[in-house]
Unconditional design. Structure first.
Length: 287
């Protein structure tokens, strides 16, 4: 659960101020993401299949990463796992990552407004990594531990990050066998593509009972300039209290926090989206 994965940077990307992304660097992080997501050692063949690259090329990258201590190889089966050095990097990045410090007051505000556990996640390649939470004050509360990297197809946080990922990353997820965790899990690629388009339009998503029966999560994206996603902010709790679709009273505090954080990061995307009440009133069956 406590895997270390690369997180989005607050530095400008994709313009004249930034260098071109090196293909070899991108591949290293793709390998790290797959190993983190698997939560178990993976062999060269598995990794090559997951990232759709030739085995010799994957092996060369893994060999270099092993020499640097970024990954370790199990001598009994030759499979690879995340290396101990990443623990050091993870601790340092947690201390230095500005988004968590920026969002902390908003998490408390969301918790107090909704009565539910508030969560902050950061974007990691094609899904989300939970980095901070403020738990509900209820006697029995539902929460998600920081360090949990969620599924990209059936979690609100993961789908929201995937909605703003590049097309190549989305297509790689579509081509996978999407795991059905409950009878409500979204597993059809066409349905997933439609959901991602909806998320980009309305700037929120929920996942009622898709990961765990009776549990819903609701979140909004945190965006910077050029609509680059940095993470998500939202809540998790009982489906009986976080309805799907959500009430305006539940959605608006989350939407407002995400809008304020995005505005502080030079993104005005929320200005073009209706208020929670207006957006929800336009849904079928709510007239």
């Amino acid at each position: 659960m406590n895997s270390t994965t690369p997180i989005a940077s607050l530095e400008p990307q994709g313009d004249a101020r930034s260098p071109v992304l090196l293909e070899s660097v991108a591949m290293v992080f793709r390998l790290l993401d797959e190993m983190a997501n698997a939560r178990r050692p993976l062999g060269v063949t598995e990794l090559a299949t997951l990232i759709e690259e030739p085995k010799p090329r994957v092996y060369r990258h893994l060999a270099s990463m092993r020499q640097l201590g970024i990954v370790e190889q199990d001598p009994t089966n030759d499979k690879y796992r995340l290396g101990a050095k990443l623990v050091v990097y993870g601790a340092a990045s947690s201390e230095q990552f500005d988004l968590r410090a920026l969002a902390d007051p908003y998490l408390t505000r969301i918790r107090d407004a909704t009565g539910q556990t508030a969560l902050l996640s950061v974007a990691t390649y094609d899904t989300a990594l939970v980095v901070s939470s403020v738990e509900s004050r209820a006697n029995v509360c539902i929460s998600v531990k920081p360090g949990n990297r969620v599924q990209p197809h059936c979690s609100a946080q993961g789908r929201t990050v995937l909605a703003f990922a590049d097309e190549a990353s989305q297509q790689r997820v579509f081509r996978r066998k999407l795991q059905r965790l409950t009878d409500r899990t979204l597993v059809d690629p066409a349905d997933l593509a439609a959901r991602l388009a909806l998320i980009r339009a309305r700037l929120w998503d929920d996942a009622d009972g898709e990961v765990t029966p009776g549990v819903n999560a609701l979140c909004c994206p945190i965006l910077r300039d050029d609509n680059v996603i940095l993470g998500t902010i939202g809540i998790v709790g009982p489906s009986a209290e976080i309805l799907s679709p959500p009430t305006a009273g539940i959605l608006e505090p989350i939407r407002q926090a995400a809008a304020e954080l995005s505005a502080r990061l030079n993104c005005s995307a929320y200005e073009a989206v209706p208020s929670a009440e207006a957006a929800l009133s336009a849904l079928p069956g709510t007239q």
